[in-house]
Design a protein around this ligand. Structure first.
Ligand SMILES: [Zn+2]
Length: 288
């Protein structure tokens, strides 16, 4: 933590601060996304399944590769915490931190959800977002962040001393456990940092602390994804509701979220093939 009161600035402080900001991962060389193809494919969707995620709870769902899934606000402003796994290998899961580094703090149409090392490949591509108009507000806030982690009962215990069992971490663990037929505690190590669907967040300008504000989502709004590989997803309807005031408690008004799975006509997926795992040979400089 900086201590501006006791640390004397050197004579060349202004000069040192004046260096240009350089984007860490210029993403122009990322494998390109054929958005025109995906936009055409999403015009011809057939609904296969629907899952309603109850308030303060979680549900898992399957999305075959080459299919679309959509998360929709249905009864009131509600934030969702999304986890994704390779359906055949839970060790490959959504990598929030690298997705943030490759794209931005908040995701939008055309951005991709990348998987953990050593696979590091796109798991899903965002194909539509009815909140795309929001952009950045005057506080620097945006929608669908990959900067938060997920509310969890351990941090809640640390900060408040109490136990709360419907944090997103627990909701996601129960959802994955139900999908696998095992208790939540047996799969909770697979729960990971999330895409904060519909959540409005940023960092305060003065102390750079993570902030949230009331989500602008309204019933009918949705975010839609194209599954690049076979996926298990889990979604938690966060106990924070629209995350305007509190979380990790039963105080906020909470609403369900709807997840829909759609097929498209495979003939429309011209030129698309499921991405391979990253080609780095994993030698890490060792011989043999
Ligand atoms: Zn939450």
């Amino acid at each position: 933590m900086q201590d501006a009161k006791t640390t004397a600035a050197p004579a060349d402080a202004a000069e040192r601060r004046s260096k240009p900001a350089v984007v860490v991962y210029p993403n122009a060389t990322l494998p390109s996304v054929d958005m025109a193809m995906l936009q055409a494919a999403r015009q011809s969707l057939t609904k296969l399944d629907e899952v309603i995620v109850p308030p303060r709870d979680g549900r898992a769902f399957h999305v075959p590769k080459g299919h679309f899934f959509r998360i929709t606000s249905i009864e009131g402003p509600q934030v969702g915490d999304l986890n994704l796994w390779n359906a055949d290998d839970l060790s490959e899961r959504f990598f929030s931190g690298k997705t943030r580094a490759l794209h931005a703090t908040h995701l939008n149409t055309g951005d991709r959800l990348w998987s953990t090392l050593p696979s590091l490949r796109p798991m899903a591509t965002i194909t539509h977002d009815t909140l795309g108009w929001y952009g950045w507000d005057e506080d620097g806030g945006g929608i669908h962040d990959v900067i938060g982690t997920r509310c969890d009962p351990y941090t809640n215990r640390l900060l408040s001393g109490g136990d709360y069992h419907h944090c997103c971490h627990s909701n996601l663990a129960r959802a994955l456990g139900a999908a696998k037929g095992v208790p939540a505690r047996e799969v909770e190590q697979h729960v990971h940092d999330v895409l904060n669907v519909f959540m409005c967040t940023g960092f305060t300008r003065d102390t750079h602390q993570y902030f949230m504000k009331a989500s602008p989502v309204r019933p009918g709004d949705y975010i839609e994804f194209f599954a690049e590989i076979d996926l298990i997803g889990a979604l938690s309807a966060c106990p924070g509701g629209d995350c305007s005031a509190s979380h990790s408690s039963d105080e906020a008004a909470c609403y369900p979220l709807k997840v829909e799975i759609f097929a498209t006509e495979s003939a429309l997926l011209t030129g698309w093939t499921p991405p391979e795992r990253n080609a780095y040979p994993r030698s890490h400089g060792e011989k043999g």
